[in-house]
Design a protein around this ligand. Structure first.
Ligand code: CA
Length: 241
């Protein structure tokens, strides 16, 4: 029996980037559809119902955000936005509009596949309520969500209540960028000041506890101007070959 392939819709007007993504995805078992305008992208999303959409924000006929908006009206298919450097506010806007993640040009194939894997996994989770993995595990860091305990090289790390909430929020969304605003609302509540200072102080304390060199973090990365991204949970990284 033939294996059922996942379909990826690529909406990208730069031919070389579109072809590059298409080649990587095909080599990794996807069927791909390539569109070069926003209108085509919206139409193809409707006719093919792809499993994932890779969407460039700078399209010749419309802002990629318009495509995102149109598709999100009827579909929860994962959307990874492709954007140029120094467009932090656009990335934040795309995430707020329902994009699952973003990737910044130029990117390599490993990074592209990692983003896709994470986006696909995250869309699968809400379908299977109660099956969230009870453990985060990457390199030498382990988090036991049931017992609310964190270990580094098998030694328990003592975190404050807030620090634990912050680490577990990132770990539950590992591999995915989480915006400053989302973190602040989740930890300090919807009426909290949208002031990143308290978040930065807590993150500095966490990094001192879990990172060998807090200036070059290997577990929690800063996505400048956008938020934080935690290293992918190794229990999931084998999902797409
Ligand atoms: Ca473009």
């Amino acid at each position: 029996m033939a294996e059922v392939k996942l379909t990826a819709l690529i909406v990208e007007d730069e031919e070389n980037i579109g072809n590059f993504m298409s080649a990587i995805l095909k080599a990794n078992g996807f069927k791909t559809i390539l569109c070069t305008t926003g209108n085509q992208g919206i139409q193809c999303a409707e006719s093919y119902c792809p499993d994932i959409i890779l969407l460039d924000l700078g399209l010749p006929d419309m802002d990629g955000a318009k495509v995102l908006e149109a598709v999100r009206q009827w579909s929860v298919t994962p959307i990874v936005v492709i954007s140029a450097r120094n467009q932090e506010s656009e990335k934040v806007r795309a995430l707020d509009m329902g994009a699952d993640d973003y990737i910044t040009k130029p990117f390599g194939n490993q990074e592209l596949l990692a983003r896709i894997r994470t986006a696909l996994r995250h869309r699968q989770q809400p379908m299977e309520a109660g099956t969230t993995t009870p453990v985060y595990c990457a390199k030498e860091l382990k988090i036991d969500f049931d017992k609310r305990r964190v270990f580094l090289k098998d030694e328990e790390i003592r975190l404050t209540q807030i620090e634990y909430k912050l680490v577990s929020l990132l770990a539950e969304n590992a591999g995915r960028v989480i915006t400053y605003e989302f973190i602040i609302k989740n930890i300090w509540g919807p009426h909290a000041d949208n002031n990143n200072q308290i978040l930065r102080v807590n993150m500095a304390n966490i990094r001192r506890k879990i990172e060998e060199n807090p200036a070059v973090p290997q577990y929690i990365y800063t996505e400048v101007g956008v938020g934080y991204r935690m290293l992918e949970n190794e229990l999931f990284s084998q999902m797409i070959k």
